[in-house]
Ligand binder design. Structure first.
Ligand SMILES: C[S@@+](CC[C@H](N)C(=O)[O-])C[C@H]1O[C@@H](n2cnc3c(N)ncnc32)[C@H](O)[C@@H]1O
Length: 370
């Protein structure tokens, strides 16, 4: 599990940036970072996507200073947080409080020299006879003693991060306060809404630049996360979002207006089981969507039948070579429904961690002749 530990033994003068995302999207983060780094003419060394065998973490080692690399990472859409580990060590299991206190006390943080307040956050993985709150207390005391700063859990200037992975402790700085996925102001935010970074990843897997679709549709748009993300990235796409839920559609319109993207998206109240009548044959080239999860529809629903119905509707709505990127809760049943639908073939599937669930992210392609 800890085969990658050598990657966090930081070399002098190297910046080790840690980017966090949903499990299953690490390659999307890597590809996006490479794009941004190339655009910014940023040199980077290794990119580790299986840090500690845990998912959702990507470590980038670069000779560039944090002042150059952190702003590039902050522009990324596929991630939640940006951190930089500055020190890693094996702590003494007999006296973890002393080990962690001393390591933090002896660490020079330029960010803390320039701050009036701080807080410590800690993620802990493995079996320990202490909690992450203990780690925060020990490390926090070290910062108070060395830098003389005030702890402020809400209005802090610097977030010191002290993570524990089994016997190893990593000390660093977290640069992002809120998740970068909170990029659009949300006036309407139901529980079922996707995070924007997952919407970005779905659009990434749609390969919009390569396929150049004219019209994108999300027929289960809820609060409009996917259409709003698409409108923000792809300026020449016609974008439609629909849902059978009136409050959802009104909220999606409000969200689009708050993001100043309302003139780019058409939101309509439509039952997805009638979408081909509503939109017409061959109306769209690309569908990016996440239909309701099992918990929303109730376990008694015949999901095979539901997915078949939706795929039949999409066969009508999508033109030749149309593509679907869909996040689906019931992967096995969906596989069966696709197998029973001659119009589509599965081009790609992966599992993503979303809010404690493990839905499948499917890319389907319309077969020739359909
Ligand atoms: C998982 S949510 C989608 C969340 C959305 N991506 C967001 O970020 O807000 C599924 C949506 O499907 C909608 N829905 C369920 N059955 C539907 C149907 N037959 N036609 C259209 N929408 C439907 C629900 O109202 C819900 O908003």
């Amino acid at each position: 599990m800890f085969s990658s530990v050598s990657h966090v033994l930081l070399e002098r003068d190297m910046t080790a940036l840690l980017l966090t995302t949903n499990g299953g999207l690490e390659d999307v983060v890597e590809a996006e970072f490479r794009d941004h780094a190339n655009d910014a003419d940023l040199a980077y060394g290794s990119i580790e996507t299986e840090l500690f065998g845990l998912d959702g973490r990507i470590q980038i080692e670069t000779e560039e200073p944090p002042e150059r690399v952190v702003p590039v990472a902050r522009r990324m859409r596929s991630i939640h947080h940006v951190l930089r580990y500055v020190h890693t060590f094996e702590f003494d299991r007999g006296t973890p409080s002393d080990s962690i206190y001393e390591a933090v006390y002896n660490q020079q943080f330029d960010e803390l020299d320039q701050s009036d307040s701080f807080r410590v956050t800690s993620n802990r993985y493995g079996d320990h006879d202490f909690t992450s709150i203990d780690v925060q207390t020990w490390a926090g005391q070290a910062v108070v003693d060395r830098y003389g700063l005030d702890v402020d859990l809400e209005d802090y200037e610097t977030d010191v991060r002290v993570d524990v992975f089994e016997d190893r402790c990593l000390v660093g700085i977290q640069y992002t306060r809120d998740s970068l996925s909170k990029r659009h102001p949300r006036v309407f935010s139901p529980k079922v809404s996707l995070k924007t970074n997952v919407a970005f990843a779905m659009l990434h897997l749609a390969h919009v630049d390569a396929h150049a679709p004219d019209m994108l549709l999300d027929p289960f748009c809820g609060a409009g996360t996917i259409p709003i993300e698409a409108a923000d990235i792809h300026s020449d796409l016609a974008i439609y979002g629909s849902d059978w839920w009136e409050t959802g559609i009104e909220g999606a319109r409000d969200n689009a207006e708050a993001a100043e993207l309302d003139d780019r998206i058409t939101f309509e109240q439509v039952d997805a089981r009638e979408m081909s009548d509503h939109y017409g044959e061959n109306a769209a080239d690309l569908v990016v969507t996440n239909p309701p999860y099992g918990a929303e529809l109730g376990q008694s629903l015949d999901f095979h039948q539901f997915y078949r119905e939706i795929l039949d509707q999409l066969e009508g709505v999508l033109g030749p070579e149309g593509r679907i990127v869909m996040l689906v809760d019931k992967r096995g049943i969906f596989n069966g429904a696709v197998a029973d639908t001659p119009a589509f073939e599965i081009r790609h599937v992966r599992i993503v961690t979303v809010g404690g669930l493990y839905p499948g992210l499917f890319v389907l392609q319309k077969r020739e002749g359909h």
